[in-house]
Ligand binder design. Structure first.
Ligand SMILES: *Cc1c(COP(=O)(O)O)cnc(C)c1O
Length: 397
């Protein structure tokens, strides 16, 4: 049994996107040569699969990315990491989130790599690793201006020595996160880059001085790039990049990209009923869409419980029979209504494309950026919200 509203996830497209990004970052870099290696090897990719792989389904997506060559995956919290391990992921998994109030045992049981972003998390992970009689590799997060998580860039000499001296912790990566990578020309981006580079120098110096002496800075992975930063400036590629959205075939607005990417997810449904409205009648909660003339309405069994935003009313469109049909009347919990007046013979069973393509013309494609722009949000929110009631159908890899 399968509902008529289905999210199709094209794993071959996902893998092709991964390879296209890899190709892109293998191209010659601008800017000064890298410190670590005269040969300047291309950065590798930490594939970001947090939030159920941006709604695409983290288990299948993670395994497909691993097959495509991802050397590390990243997720938001320990619980997401456990889901990935249980699905059979073998490559290292970096947990981005703060760990101060988490149950840390999962880190060890499922070999997850924590981010340490506060002194208290450092102490908690050190204590847990000591209890487990093991050494935990970790990535250190530096706050260079996002002012969310991370050790402040400007007082590392005070805050880091205790962490770097922790007997059961070993430093494997140092990273930061940009606040304005998708705002071309925003000056904070360059400030963050400068602060990160100076922080790297400080971390290098402090690891050299740390008594434990087990952290070899030349093996430490330096990283900073989300999708937008990756597109914006090759000087911040460092050793590894961390794209999320690009992997799913979506370029973060307002940026454009020459990387050949294919959207990974499409969302389709079927017309379940067709209804005629007489002039003066209205459809749905609030009776907001009134018919001036005889109007034909198709009912589509997907609503806000499936993640379709209420603001699509009067703003969004779907494709039926290769034509665009506006979403009219209130989006309700389990269904929405579209105006198919004048479209030939729309009938129950007809395919409805909510996100994706129905035909070859450019207007026969409703992409996530378009939908996000229509309702004043970002593509991230659209894909992450695709509901748990919707089955993800995976194309073979
Ligand atoms: C989500 C996230 C990313 C990926 O961001 P995209 O904009 O989807 O590429 C990278 N790094 C961190 C720390 C993140 O939280």
């Amino acid at each position: 049994m399968i509902r008529s509203t289905v999210a199709h996830v094209d794993l071959a497209a996902l893998q092709a996107n991964f390879r296209a990004i890899q190709e892109f970052i293998s191209a010659d870099r601008k800017g000064p040569p890298r410190i670590k290696s005269v040969n300047c090897p291309a950065p590798s990719i930490i594939a970001v699969v947090k939030a159920n792989a941006y709604g695409h389904g983290s288990e299948r997506v993670a395994l497909a990315l691993e097959t495509a060559g991802a050397t590390m995956l990243a997720c938001a919290d320990i619980e997401e990491g456990i889901v990935l391990r249980r699905a059979g992921v073998r490559v290292p998994i970096l947990v981005f989130g703060a760990l101060s109030v988490s149950d840390l045992d999962g880190l060890f049981e499922f070999s997850l790599t924590p981010t340490i972003s506060t002194p208290s998390a450092a102490r908690a992970v050190q204590a847990a690793a000591a209890r487990q009689k093991t050494r935990a590799g970790y990535h250190l997060k530096i706050d260079t201006g996002m002012n969310r998580l991370g050790f402040r860039h400007d007082n590392l000499r005070r805050t880091l020595p205790e962490l770097l001296a922790s007997a059961n912790l070993s430093l494997e990566g140092v990273y930061t996160h940009f606040a304005t990578a998708d705002e071309p020309g925003h000056p904070l981006f360059d400030s963050q880059r400068a602060r990160f580079e100076s922080a790297l120098d400080t971390v290098k110096e402090l690891t050299g001085a740390a008594k434990a002496g087990h952290d070899d800075f030349s093996k430490v992975l330096r990283h900073a790039c989300n999708s937008a930063a990756l597109l914006r400036d090759s000087r911040v590629w460092y050793d590894v990049v961390r794209p999320g959205l690009l992997l799913y075939g979506i370029v973060p607005p307002p940026l454009a990209s020459t990387i050949p990417l294919t959207p990974v997810m499409s969302l389709t449904s079927r017309v379940v009923a067709v209804k005629g409205l007489r002039p003066g009648e209205a459809v749905g909660y609030g009776s907001r869409f009134g018919a001036q003339a005889p109007t034909t309405i198709a009912v589509v069994p997907a609503g806000y419980a499936d993640g379709l935003d209420l603001r699509l009313e009067g703003r969004g469109q779907v494709l039926i029979r290769g034509r665009r049909a506006p979403i009219v009347g209130a989006v309700s919990m389990d269904m929405m209504t579209v105006d198919v007046t004048g479209l030939e013979e729309v009938a129950p069973g007809d395919e409805v494309v909510i996100i994706g393509r129905q035909g070859e013309e450019s207007w026969q494609h409703i992409d996530v950026r378009e939908m996000a722009a229509a309702i004043g949000t970002i593509p991230y929110e659209i894909v992450c919200r695709i509901g748990s009631r919707i089955e993800r159908q995976y194309s073979a890899t």
